[in-house]
Ligand binder design. Sequence first.
Ligand SMILES: C[C@@H]1O/C(=N\OC(=O)Nc2ccccc2)[C@@H](O)[C@H](O)[C@@H]1O
Length: 475
Amino acid sequence: TKQIIISITLLAVMVSFSFAQEAKTEIYLKYGATNEGKRQDSAMQKFRDNRLGVFIHWGLYAIPGGEWNGKVYAGAAEWLKSWAKVPSNEWMQLMSQWNPTKFDAKKWAVMAKEMGAKYVKITTKHHEGFCLWPSKYSKYTVASTPYKRDLLGEMVKAYNEEGIDVHFYFSVMDWSNSDYRYDIKSQEDSIAFSRFLEFTDNQLKELAARYPTVKDFWFDGTWDASIKKNGWWTAHAEQMLKELLPGVTINSRLRADDKGKRHFDSNGRLMGDYESGYERRLPDPVQDLKVTQWDWEACMTVPENQWGYHKDWSLSYIKTPFEVIDRIVHAVSMGGNMVVNFGPQADGDFRPEEKALATAIGKWMQCYGKAIYACDYAEFDKQDWGYYTRGKNGEVYMIVFNQPYSERLIVKTPKGISIEQASLLTTNENIVVVETTRNEYNVSVPQKNPGEPYVIQLKIRVAEGTKGVYKDALT
Ligand SMILES: C[C@@H]1O/C(=N\OC(=O)Nc2ccccc2)[C@@H](O)[C@H](O)[C@@H]1O
């Protein structure tokens, strides 16, 4: 009996321990996540509904375009200073050559509009420290170049006039500022970095004051230990901007919590207003459905890894328009945004390949944008033929990239949901739908192959009592 009592007691201890583990106790955080779940205010709704953005990476790095002292570096062109180990004062001499005579903000804005982009993210200051606005806190700005003009101000005005929202990319890491520290290892480091954070605050307040129509700050260059040891400042920067610009959105990449945890705090909560870790990669449509629980934005390059202008695009694979469109649709099908990157030339014009890409994307968005803008995750299981999105009135879109030889598109509907009718989005041609088994259908392909990724719109019916997002969507 003694043995039995001991083993039962041991078992009881183990079971209670595992329950305690399960109900993980929350860690108190001063600088953790500030909001629970997706923001539902109109500014965030607009951010989400925009879905397709343009990234503009433009700075001194566009002048050398990946080449230094006769050597071409295959790495990211906006990192050339680092690859070629150029001292900051030598690198900043490029300012004397900064004279984008072909720059025309209106042309840039029209190009984005014709692409179907609803917003643009502009590098106000990249890691090199060169400011596209005449900042009074730095000598490394457009004001000290032959060009002199406030490029950022002209861009904000032109994009806004085309109805395009403007977001600011801002690199905290600043290679031109001698107070920047990669880590804090001494009192001297700490004093210098405090000066640096004050300088950064001043530039952020300056940007907010000069360009109050800005809708978002996308922070970058925040991965170093120095920032992770100053999580308080990242929380302060978010709060400061939200007080200065009510409604402004802030990306998760800015944020570190009390313990240096980035993007998601030590309690697993997303910091900032949307997750910004999907850079040149996307969540898996089957394995990574967790991302549909929060807002997120992906960004992508057209070459493998060039954000700034690189003179030699033959060094890596260049994505075709349909490959870019696939990534845009992939992101939206999982409740995310996609930002496609353009690296303008030093002269202020875009390379022909980028102009052609913007045109091709725009042509497709003109026909099929209804399945992208203001659309979200449809909660249908992914199929091989492509992606689903869901519109605001509960309509489901099938975006077909891979038409099968069977000429039947398999659709498995969630429990309690059936397909009433299907039509080709562009022509309203009726598409035959045959139920093959419970919650499974064969959707026919269009009579004439559209010869491009196309969209079939489904009218679905929700059985009484079905839970999920659809109940409130149907009128
Ligand atoms: C958008 C890109 O952002 C960057 N860096 O991003 C990251 O470091 N991304 C990252 C880092 C760690 C994990 C996931 C993404 C920059 O260095 C680059 O020049 C470009 O501006």
